[in-house]
Design a protein. Sequence first.
Length: 108
Amino acid sequence: MLDNGRRAGFWGTVVSAYLPAGSGLWLNVGPPGMCSVLIPLPQVDSFLLAVGEGDVEDLVGGAIIVLGQCRRSNAGKLYLKIADLDECAWLPFEAAQRITSQVLARPK
């Protein structure tokens, strides 16, 4: 369970991404009520280059796995702040969809 102040791991599909002025890149991982991911402003360009996306909106639908310090925002939302880009892995939208389709197509 995620808790404020603990080191945690988290993964999920990015449902929205935004880059407010002076804050960093926020990735909301669905469904609602789940943890968000913060990529600090100095690391945003390196992250976008590393994942092969040129635009923040192109991150939606991709999957991310993150290790980081769990924090609570002023609004009460839990988020993981990435201290180093080695603490995350990215799967682009097309690859995430292909893997999901393969898993769902397996006989039970």
